[in-house]
Ligand binder design. Structure first.
Ligand SMILES: [Zn+2]
Length: 127
């Protein structure tokens, strides 16, 4: 007897989905709109209670370029510790990956690509 149940036609629909976009969550004060990198109970700028958790757009500008992080397995790419000013106005430490540039120019536009598991370090690439 055929009940019409066929496992071949019921794959998990999200199995082939691309990896989810990294989302950088920021805390924003309800009163003075100051933005912090992590969620806090009190606003570090005005001391008010009441921070909202907001998702960063993931876009920013390179403000400071630090040490080159060389690894053996990323020979075609440059990974550099940088300070990024997000569009939200917050400066955060991050790693920027470049593929065609020898050095990452100050003022370059970057987009968030990933958050390192564990440390939570934001990783950006040039746009
Ligand atoms: Zn505030």
């Amino acid at each position: 007897m055929n009940h019409g149940f066929d496992t071949r036609t019921s794959p998990v629909p999200t199995a082939a989905a691309p990896e989810p976009e990294a989302v950088l969550l920021l805390g924003r004060c309800r009163w003075c709109r100051a933005v912090t990198q992590s969620y806090r109970l009190l606003c570090p700028a005005c001391g008010a209670e009441g921070m909202d958790e907001v998702a960063s757009r993931g876009l920013g500008i390179v403000r400071c370029v630090g040490a080159l992080a060389r690894t053996a397995d990323l020979v075609h790419r440059v990974r550099q510790s940088c300070t990024i000013t997000l569009d939200e106005g917050l400066r955060i430490p991050a790693v920027v990956t470049a593929e065609r540039y020898d050095r990452i120019p100050i003022g370059a536009r970057v987009r968030l690509t990933a958050l390192a598991p564990g440390s939570g370090t934001a990783e950006f690439r040039l746009v």
